[in-house]
Design a protein around this ligand. Structure first.
Ligand code: PLP
Length: 221
């Protein structure tokens, strides 16, 4: 067994343990294997082992790698987790099964237009900038209620849940708790939170999707 597959198995086991610790069904936590910057040869063994949900950050990279992989594994699902430029909305709707980085009006408008035009409807998550970091994407917690309302009323978008990336220097749990609180207030089911360093804490606070890259694929070059 390759090191990557070994780490994937260990990650799955750790997810199941973290879920059971808080009396959650392990199947209620989906693992998104974040394969950004990894070549197809590194992704294949994980697909062969049974992983089906993958995260990518860049539209161009995903477009180059995934059509061939999807031909071999048609049930693989691709999630866009990186910042998305509005002018890439068309390609993103064509390529991805879910988008986790919806965070502004212009993008909501472009996504709504492409969804209507193409008939494809990726599952949508709104990214929340829980730490209000100026350099980071995401809607400020102070603006999230109005943005969700606008997605629904003005753009006719169905929002599945919320996503966050806590500030690197903060303990992550308060950010996960804040995201869960906002989601509950809006009746949103999906919580995309937790990465290699903190997915267990995220699961304790209700994550439905954890995005794990380096713990599976090793450090990115
Ligand atoms: C790269 C990335 C991840 C995975 O990070 P790791 O620390 O390698 O697990 C998760 N979420 C987002 C948004 C990312 O950009």
């Amino acid at each position: 067994m390759s090191d990557t597959v070994k780490r994937w198995r260990e990650t799955r086991a750790a997810i199941a343990r973290a879920a059971r610790d808080v009396e959650r069904d392990p199947d209620s936590v989906a693992l998104i294997a974040v394969s950004k910057t990894m070549p197809a040869e590194a992704i294949l063994p994980v697909l062969e082992a049974g992983q089906r949900i993958f995260g990518e950050n860049y539209v161009q990279e995903a477009k180059a790698k995934w059509p061939a992989l999807k031909e071999r594994f048609p049930d693989a699902q691709l999630h866009m987790i990186g910042p998305l430029q509005s002018n890439k909305a068309k390609e993103a709707v064509e390529l991805f099964d879910a988008i986790h980085s919806l965070d502004r009006e212009s993008l909501a408008k472009e996504l709504a237009r492409e969804i209507a035009r193409s008939g494809r409807a990726p599952t949508l998550y709104v990214q929340v900038n829980t730490g209000d970091e100026p350099q980071k994407g995401g809607v400020s917690p102070s603006a999230i209620d109005a943005f969700l309302e606008s997605c629904r009323v003005h753009h006719g978008l169905v929002i599945e849940g919320l996503m966050c990336i806590p500030p690197a220097e903060d303990p992550p749990s308060p950010h996960f708790a804040l995201l869960a609180k906002i989601a509950a207030r809006h009746g949103l089911r999906g919580l995309s939170m937790g990465m290699s360093a903190d997915y267990e804490a995220a699961i304790q606070l209700g994550a439905t999707h954890v995005r794990v890259g380096s713990a599976i694929f090793g450090a990115r070059g």
